[in-house]
Design a protein around this ligand. Structure first.
Ligand code: HEM
Length: 506
């Protein structure tokens, strides 16, 4: 008798749970994840973890651009997802002082240490001021222009020609990553590791970025205790992250030197040197009391900023052009018209100023950035409770995730043709470039923390894209599957496999 009574007691809650699950399953037609007891919406997220950016877009499209995510109980994972331009404007600009990156951001991105991406308040101001003071020097752009063309002539073209001669496929994304890695290393560390050479050498630090950015996304998806446990056990993506950490340290530390801060040679012109010169000031900012660590963090942040973003944008651009051959033809036409390649019948390098004439190419790059913003998301947490323009109440320290990837794909922002690749979208009737406000097009972030390398990135991407488009026909290998990686930087999951043929040009 007693046994029956126990069974009944057990069966009642089980039946209630079963009916609850059944009811939700039959009712469910929306994309929004089910909010389960105890687990919250986590199962829905984990189920879609291999298409996380698309999934967030479906949810946000359905919920008018703002969605309250409920995490598992006691895991501090509740967050607000938004792709609403008014909220972006509010968080990044209007109420900027209330939205630092915060401790949560720093915890996830601990690998970046005291670098600019992790920094808030005085530390951030110090980084921004020091980096900017170097970038506004006129010799910075001539140094940058010279480096970029040297890499194109000495690395990019020989490597592409090598593949062409052998008649074999190549991964164009990998080629671009090597290009930007070499380029940014030269700019930041004053050293070119020559990863873009005909034999495509394996340089652990260069490849480590790919694993690191995926692992950092994983930390956004699972509860903190899970990734901390994985880190402790040295398994899964945390193991990859720790390996990447080691590769970064082994690559950067030998190039960091603490000296009296006096430059001796013109060749010492690089970003690290301008920080080394501030040796005394650095001591006030480093949280770990070690200036070498601070310089390592500074370099790593700038290397990440320069390597992954530009290479990712270039890879998506070539994939989009392969599907839109008429746009590619227009870019070729523009190169011939604006750079007078037709008259000279000979390719020549163009200057930073001349790159500004390539407006259609500019529009094509903006489309690539709109549809595949390399930095897919950003998150912030307010110091004081706040109310967003959409009316959502945000308690202190609650995470607000700003979904840049979703923003480029929302009808409410870009209209019915939001998914089409249309460089014309960026060209004014009178031929100038159309500038969209950064809260609508936040690929380079918005407000006081807008990307410092935006100008530089456009110049570099134009030089690389124009060279490749002018000299080669590019065909994506049939059957090659292209999809966005589940990473904080939206690279192509399986690279971009292409075949080249030479165009008949000098
Ligand atoms: C297509 C190329 C690029 C894109 C899409 C891009 C995008 C972004 C985004 C979204 C941020 C904000 C990140 C955050 O706060 O977490 C950012 C910040 C930054 N970017 Fe870029 N970036 C690009 C290229 C570059 C390059 C080539 C550099 C040169 C080193 C650079 C330097 C920086 C720096 C220093 C910051 C930090 C700004 C701050 O926090 O005040 N970026 N970028």
């Amino acid at each position: 008798m007693a046994l029956y009574a126990y069974l009944e007691i057990l069966l009642i809650p089980i039946s209630v749970m079963f009916l609850y699950f059944l009811m939700i399953r039959t009712q469910k037609k929306s994309f929004a994840p089910t909010n389960w007891p105890v687990l919250g919406m986590l199962p829905g997220i984990l189920h879609n973890a291999n298409r996380i950016h698309e999934y967030a877009t479906e949810i946000l499209e359905e919920s008018n651009g703002t969605f309250e995510f409920k995490g598992p109980w006691f895991c501090n994972m509740d967050m607000l997802l938004t792709s609403d331009p008014a909220n972006i404007h509010h968080v990044f600009s209007k109420n900027f002082p209330n939205y630092p990156k915060g401790p949560e951001f720093r915890k996830i991105f601990e690998i970046l240490g005291d670098g600019i991406f992790n920094a808030d308040f005085e530390l951030w101001e110090f980084h921004r001021k020091t980096t900017l003071s170097l970038m506004i020097q006129t010799k910075f752009y001539s140094f940058f222009e010279r480096n970029t063309w040297e890499k194109i002539e000495g690395g990019l073209i020989p490597v592409l020609d090598g593949f062409l001669e052998k008649g074999v496929e190549l991964d164009l994304q990998d080629v671009f990553q090597r290009f930007t890695f070499d380029n940014i290393c030269k700019l930041v560390l004053g050293y070119d590791p020559e990863s873009l050479s005909v034999d495509l050498p394996y340089i652990p630090c260069e490849k480590a970025f790919n694993g690191a950015v995926e692992a950092l996304m994983h930390r956004h998806i699972v509860p903190e205790w899970i990734w901390k446990l994985q880190k402790w056990l040295q398994i899964g993506k945390e193991k990859t992250l720790m390996k990447a950490w080691k590769s970064f340290d082994e690559f950067i530390y030998p190039r960091v030197s603490i000296n009296d801060g006096v430059d001796k040679e013109e060749d010492d012109f690089n970003m690290l040197k301008s920080f080394e010169r501030k040796y005394e000031e650095i001591k006030n900012y480093t949280s770990r009391g070690d200036s070498r660590e601070f310089l390592r963090d500074t370099s790593l942040n700038l290397m990440l900023a320069g390597r992954d973003t530009t290479s990712t944008c270039l890879a998506w651009l070539f994939w989009l052009l392969a599907a839109n051959p008429s746009a590619e033809m227009k870019i070729r036409q523009e190169i011939e018209d604006e750079l007078h390649e037709k008259e000279d019948k000979k390719w020549r390098n163009f200057s930073v100023d001349e790159s500004k004439k390539l407006k259609y190419l500019h529009g094509a790059l903006c489309e690539s950035l709109r549809l595949f913003p390399p930095v897919a998301l950003e998150h912030k947490a307010p110091i004081r409770p706040d109310i967003l323009p959409t009316g959502n109440h945000i308690p202190e320290n609650k995470m607000v995730v700003l979904c840049f990837y979703s923003m480029g794909r929302m009808e409410m922002i870009w209209g019915k043709d939001c998914l089409d690749f249309k460089p014309e979208r960026w060209i004014l009737e009178r031929g100038g470039i159309k500038h969209e406000p950064s809260y609508k097009f936040p690929a380079f972030n918005a407000g006081p923390r807008t990307c410092l390398g935006k100008e530089m990135a456009f110049i570099q991407m134009k030089m690389v894209a124009a060279t490749v488009i002018y000299h080669y026909n590019i065909e994506v290998v049939k059957g090659h599957k292209v999809s966005a990686s589940d990473s904080v930087i939206i690279q192509m999951k399986h690279g971009l496999r292409v075949k080249l043929s030479k165009r008949n040009v000098c």
